[in-house]
Design a protein around this ligand. Structure first.
Ligand SMILES: Cc1cc2nc3c(=O)[nH]c(=O)nc-3n(C[C@H](O)[C@H](O)[C@H](O)COP(=O)(O)OP(=O)(O)OC[C@H]3O[C@@H](n4cnc5c(N)ncnc54)[C@H](O)[C@@H]3O)c2cc1C
Length: 287
């Protein structure tokens, strides 16, 4: 492993100041949160910056708050903070559970949710689940704040929708309701997941009938995506939906841009989608 080249760390007092720093230093600067991806990429000379803007020192960005049916998670919250948050466990337990399965304890204690989403490493977990939970993200720069659906943030492998000077500040996740069921399952044999599948179902009667569904798949393609074409097959009586799962899995696989990579062939990933749609369905609505 090579050594890091010299860089300067800047500690802004606010998001606005951090954004001004980003604009001032241009291509020479990047946001530095947990550094678990950034410093590795810099060490391997895949990325090079002379100025790192430390997000973790900005007051408030590591908070988790609940209001008006949503939980707001500061972008600088570590995976560990989120998995152990009593608020997240209570209001959106499926997401707290997902966070407890990200990487290993050392990465979770340092890596942040914002860093995970912005780095957009294709073999990541949270974005897939945030898609089915209907999350939005708040983005701030010196010019102001805007909020977009998570879908819009995800534009490609190692690519996000942020414009120069923009910073992801909050991830806004709708709270679970008593008539909702949500589950995430992943399959992993190497350091990063091979597949992640998120499922959200609306059921007025404890799982016997499903009146709305959202499903998303990640890690098998350059970036996670919802499989809207399969969602109609996931509504109706539980018994009927269960029979349609192979058909729904085939549609999910058809709609995902399945890639051959070090985790396996596209055909293998098609098979995994079939297996994990069934498993995730049974986890969300046990018989
Ligand atoms: C060994 C290992 C195993 C892993 N396994 C998994 C896994 O199983 N599942 C999974 O999902 N992930 C996994 N990861 C990825 C891990 O979740 C991320 O490394 C971590 O969350 C990234 O956050 P960070 O704060 O360290 O980001 P950093 O490394 O600090 O930043 C990453 C990138 O995002 C930018 N950035 C960071 N925050 C912001 C922001 N708020 N606004 C704008 N830009 C920003 C930075 O400029 C940089 O380009 C693994 C990582 C490692 C090293």
């Amino acid at each position: 492993m090579t050594t890091l080249s010299r860089f300067e760390i800047h500690q802004p007092g606010s998001v606005a100041e951090a954004s001004q720093m980003l604009e001032h230093y241009g291509d020479q600067a990047a946001i530095y949160a947990g550094g678990t991806e950034l410093l590795l990429a810099m060490r391997h000379r895949a990325l090079s910056y002379q100025h790192l803007i430390d997000l973790k020192v900005i007051p408030g960005l590591n908070a988790i708050e609940a209001r008006d049916g949503v939980i707001e998670i500061g972008a600088a919250c570590t995976h560990r903070t989120i998995e152990s948050s009593s608020l997240v466990r209570e209001k959106q337990p499926a997401f707290a559970e997902l966070e407890s399965q990200v990487a290993n304890i050392r990465v979770r204690a340092t890596g942040t949710l914002g860093g995970n989403l912005c780095f957009a490493e294709p073999h990541s977990d949270p974005a897939t689940m945030l898609l089915v939970l209907g999350a939005t993200v708040r983005i701030q720069s010196a010019r102001g704040t805007r909020e977009i659906p998570i879908e819009k943030l995800l534009v490609g492998a190692y690519a996000n929708h942020l414009a120069p000077g923009e910073i992801l500040t909050w991830i806004v996740v709708p709270c679970a309701k008593s008539n909702h069921r949500a589950a995430y399952m992943k399959f992993q044999i190497h350091e990063r997941p091979t597949l992640g599948l998120g499922l959200w179902l609306e059921t007025p009667n404890g799982g016997r009938t499903l009146t709305a569904a959202r499903v998303a798949v990640g890690c098998v393609s350059p970036f996670p995506s919802r499989a809207s074409s399969a969602e109609a097959l996931l509504t109706g009586s539980r018994a009927k939906v269960e029979k349609r799962l192979p058909e729904a899995a085939a549609l999910i696989a058809d709609g995902a841009d399945l890639v051959d990579d070090h985790e396996g062939s596209a055909e293998y990933k098609r098979h995994l989608i079939d297996v994990f749609l069934r498993r995730t369905f049974h986890k969300a609505v046990p018989s």
